[in-house]
Design a protein around this ligand. Structure first.
Ligand code: UDP
Length: 244
């Protein structure tokens, strides 16, 4: 099967970048690793320099996950709110790194915390994007029992993004874990339904279903390759495209 073009000519005007909190922790195993945050910020700057409007959702798993908290006896909704607060910390760290590179950025939280960042007002966020400010959507969806994958799918649709770019530490979706199985096969493209049927670990099921229902293409690529994000935007490098 021919490799699907991300887009002939690959001209994106507005995209969503989703990264997990773990993408910011470097080799530390926990928390934020400032040189790693700066490296990711440079990847974003390179795409911003192309004039692309950038939305971002960053997870919180490097600091706190609701499920892990509840497994240790904490009330689930409280644990989930802690997870959402963790995403705000990551968003602020990324804002700081981006602005040090001269990229104007707004952190927009689903849970209002006016002294820290802006509350989510859709039309205001769209205006920021039009002014070429990177918008980092923090605090997930604002609801427990969800994940930041769902937040990325939701905000990408609300902001009319053309695609969601999932920055991972592998260059796409494989039929089994490529770190454990050297024979693992990478898909060039795959349908939403196949991802759901085979329970492939790319996004949680509700987020995949939301992408499918809104026909939001998903591009899974490796964020740890320098220049990778900019290259992928031009349809270069290896990735998996999830579509209808
Ligand atoms: N979370 C939530 N609602 C949301 C988004 C996130 O309750 O809409 C909580 C949930 O506890 C989750 C944590 O925030 O475990 C961190 O987000 P996530 O696990 O998606 O982060 P990632 O794995 O992408 O780093």
């Amino acid at each position: 099967m021919p490799k699907p073009a991300l887009d002939a000519g690959a001209k994106y005007s507005r995209v969503m970048l989703k990264i997990s909190g773990e993408a910011l922790m470097g080799d530390q195993g926990f928390g934020l690793h400032p040189p790693t945050v700066e490296r990711v910020a440079r990847e974003i700057q390179a795409v911003h320099d192309l004039g692309v409007e950038i939305c971002m959702v960053i997870g919180g798993g490097n600091i706190f996950r609701g499920l892990a908290g509840s497994a240790q006896g904490m009330e689930r909704t409280t644990a989930d709110y802690m997870g959402m607060l963790a995403t705000v910390m990551n968003a602020l760290a990324m804002q700081s790194a981006l602005e040090q590179l001269g990229v104007f950025t707004r952190v927009i939280s689903a849970i209002p915390m006016d002294q820290v960042c802006e509350p989510y007002i859709r039309r205001r966020a769209v205006r920021h994007l039009e002014k070429k400010r990177v918008c980092i959507f923090a605090a997930g969806t604002g609801n427990p029992y969800f994940t930041t994958d769902t937040a990325a799918a939701l905000r990408a649709s609300e902001m009319a993004c053309e695609a969601i770019f999932m920055g991972k530490n592998v260059d796409g979706i494989y039929d089994s874990d490529p770190k454990k199985n050297p024979e693992a096969k990478r898909y060039d493209s795959i349908s939403y339904d196949d991802v759901l049927r085979d329970n492939l670990k790319v996004m949680d099921a509700s987020a995949i279903a939301l992408c499918r229902d809104n026909k939001m293409p998903l591009v899974v690529f490796a964020l740890n390759e320098p220049g990778g994000f900019r290259g992928i935007m031009a349809g270069q490098g290896t990735y998996t495209l999830v579509h209808d």
